[in-house]
Write a protein that binds this ligand. Structure first.
Ligand code: ADP
Ligand code: ZN
Ligand code: ZN
Length: 674
């Protein structure tokens, strides 16, 4: 009896058996539509079988095996299987996520028929290592700096798997190194995959890559793309037509038959970790992928994650340093502004105001960095104590004066700004604290001759608006930029010479042990925006803790000192990378239910938890979201294999636990958010 075992997008950790009379080996990896309950579903055939554990009478027959595109290859299925295992997620959920939505639904984009009959691309693509093609740089390239040349040579040395950390500040020429390494791979007929953080994938970078390889087929992939375009890119990669795939975290699931190099730019970036569904780290999966294919991988950053830095220092990864900027003479001068003894004007120090004035006079751009959007983080009525709270979350509603709304930044709830206090009728409601809108208003008032431009997720709410803002900045159409971390990444602003950071202190004492690491990276990154061309840059950081080692390390641009201090602290505290973690989270109508489930989960682990630390179930820091109460249980071990073995055994028991109606839970392996 011909049976196919199918991965279906269902929250059950198993495959589903169907009869498929006309199936054979070549159907493994094909999409298939099957009847399920009263509906029809599309899944992926993982294996064939002659017998099923289910009684024959229960077996249904497949509706159709979709043979209109090449089967997903074995290495792609292994990749999905690894993710399913490592992240404790049902294989069907992984394969479903790994496919572009259109293919997942059993459809195909229009163009594939056309591509299938056009012989040129397919023939060159189907020959592995088809040899040198004329797709290399058309432009005349500047000679590499010695450190760049050494890095390219190291990456390009034939040695199978190797993980490189390319460490260099913004402007040190990391991208140039990636491009040369990619060039070498293409010249030998290989494919290259370059992962970038969500926000950094701009036409600017696409343009740079496309201009560099005019004859190459460059495929972009991100979740914001239209369905058909994404599916087309996937098929181009699968068919071997794409030479370079450039994309956000999801592009790690691109099938690439001749993949010979992976680059992860800004490897420390939190957007590589998905925070819902399949909670994978694209960076970590990329390292596994490189290992699987026995190819080199390059992780690049000015401020590597401490995990990566630790591996590079202990020799597991190869450290490649780019010690100086490629073009600008020097690094921006970082100055710490002690705000303890100063009366600030709307949150800005005299030094920062003078710096802004001075840049205005010289016709240069400034950026004031504040990582909080909206006008003010909360509205309140001082006489009666009312504050603008979200009804659904344990959070305040943020005042957005621009469109007169109060908004929850967690669940999206919004309402009109009340004219008077809802509790006592007082009409003098106060806005407390400061967001980008308030800063923008203040700067416009203070510098009436300046063109002030705000860049945050509100002003850049669509890719189109975001591109328009970037274009304005590049054209010199703005004098003072007010922005959140959106502006920190991957953009060259040649006229920008001053960066002021306000409100940075909050991250120094946050409960999350990774907060200082993020702050340091953010400050280095935002500082790196200034002085990228001929003009020297300056960074002013306002703080009430001027002596804090983090700021002191920033003055010296000394990532190594910062990283070593942080690693010492982590070692003493037993935090990652000196331990491995997983977080079980539960949400329910009532906190007692969530905590009771977690307590039961903890008990269920009792006899399988050797070498594992199970902490007490506690409410999450953000206790309530969308009216659901949330709790968490942290699991830790000094051994990754021990943790993995434990999680696998534990999951089986968790699926068997009784749950009150409405309770939902998930496991987050290597969690980044606490
Ligand atoms: P990063 O990726 O580290 O920020 P880039 O590779 O973007 O650095 O390089 C910064 C700038 O320096 C770019 O404008 C790039 O074209 C230029 N550049 C890089 N390497 C060289 C070099 N060897 N000679 C001249 N210019 C270079
Ligand atoms: Zn809310
Ligand atoms: Zn009131």
């Amino acid at each position: 009896m011909n049976i196919v075992r199918v991965a279906l997008d269902l929250p059950l950790p198993k495959l589903f058996d169907y009869l498929a009379p006309d199936s054979d080996e070549s159907d493994i990896g094909r999409r298939v539509t099957v009847p399920f309950g009263t509906a029809s579903r599309t899944g992926v055939i993982i294996s064939l079988a002659q017998a099923s554990e289910q009684p024959d009478s229960k077996l249904k027959t497949v509706t159709a095996i979709l043979r209109d595109m090449p089967a997903l290859p074995a290495d792609w299925r292994e990749l999905c299987e690894f993710c399913a295992r490592y992240y404790q997620t049902p294989l069907g959920e992984v394969t479903s996520f790994a496919l572009p939505p259109m293919l997942r639904r059993g459809k195909l984009p229009r163009m594939t028929k056309v591509a299938a009959v056009s012989p040129a691309p397919t023939s060159r693509a189907t020959v592995p290592g088809a040899g040198a093609r004329d797709i290399n740089s058309a432009v005349v390239l500047p000679p590499l700096l010695a450190a760049q040349a050494a890095a390219v040579a190291a990456i390009d040395a034939p040695r199978g798997f190797a993980c490189f950390l390319l460490h260099g500040v913004t402007g040190s020429g990391k991208t140039e190194v990636y491009l040369r390494a990619i060039d070498a791979v293409l010249a030998r007929g290989g494919q290259a995959l370059m992962l970038v953080p969500e926000i950094a994938l701009t036409p600017q970078l696409e343009g740079r890559v496309a201009a560099r390889f005019p004859g190459a087929d460059v495929v972009c992939a991100n979740s914001g793309m239209a369905d058909a375009a994404r599916a087309r890119g996937f098929l181009d990669a699968l068919g071997g037509r794409a030479d370079i795939v450039l994309g956000t975290r999801l592009s790690i699931f691109m099938p690439m038959p001749r993949l010979r190099l992976i680059v992860v730019d800004e490897e420390h970036d939190a957007s590589f970790k998905q925070q819902e569904g399949l909670r994978y780290s694209a960076r970590d999966v990329a390292i596994w992928r490189a290992h699987q294919l026995n190819i080199p991988i390059v992780l690049g950053s000015a401020t590597p994650s401490l995990e990566t830095f630790h591996h590079a220092s202990t020799g597991r990864y190869v450290m490649l340093e780019l010690p100086e900027r490629a073009v600008a003479e020097s690094m921006p001068a970082v100055r710490i502004i002690d705000t303890r003894r100063e009366k600030l004007q709307e949150g800005l120090s005299a030094a920062l105001l003078a710096g802004l004035q001075n840049r205005l006079e010289r016709g240069e751009q400034s950026l004031v960095f504040l990582n909080r959007r909206g006008y003010a983080p909360v509205m309140a009525c001082p006489p009666c104590g009312w504050v603008s709270r979200c009804q659904r979350c344990a959070a305040n509603l943020v005042l957005h004066l621009a469109d007169q709304r109060l908004r929850c930044h967690h669940c999206g709830f919004e309402t009109r700004v009340p004219r008077a206090c809802p509790d006592c009728g007082n009409v003098d409601l106060m806005a407390f604290g400061r967001g980008t809108q308030r800063l923008e208003a203040m700067l416009a008032e203070r510098f009436p001759e300046a063109r002030v431009l705000r860049i945050d997720r509100d002003s850049a709410s669509t890719p189109k608006k975001w591109q328009a803002l970037l274009a304005t900045i590049h054209a010199g159409g703005a004098d003072i930029l007010v922005g959140t971390q959106m502006l920190a990444k991957g953009h060259d602003f040649p006229l920008l010479t001053l960066v002021g950071a306000v409100g940075a202190d909050a991250a120094l004492f946050a409960a999350d042990f990774r907060a200082p690491e993020r702050l340091f990276a953010q400050m280095m990154q935002v500082g790196g925006r200034s002085g990228r061309a001929a003009l020297p840059g300056e960074v002013l950081i306002q703080t009430e803790y001027p002596d804090h080692p983090l700021y002191q390390a920033l003055i010296d641009h000394d990532y190594l000192r910062f990283a070593r201090t942080q690693l010492d602290e982590r070692r003493i505290a037993g935090f990652p990378p000196f331990s491995f973690q997983a977080m079980l989270r539960a949400e329910a109508r009532a906190m007692e239910q969530a905590l009771a489930f977690l307590a039961a989960a903890r008990s269920a682990a009792a006899d399988i938890a050797s070498g594992i630390t199970l902490y007490d179930p506690v409410p999450m820091r953000m206790q309530r979201l969308m009216t659901l109460e949330r709790g968490q249980l942290l699991v830790e071990s000094t051994s990754r294999p021990a943790l993995q073995a434990f999680l696998a055994a534990w999951m089986e028991r968790l699926y068997a636990l009784k749950m009150p109606a409405g309770l939902r839970w998930h496991l987050d392996v290597d969690p980044l958010e606490f």
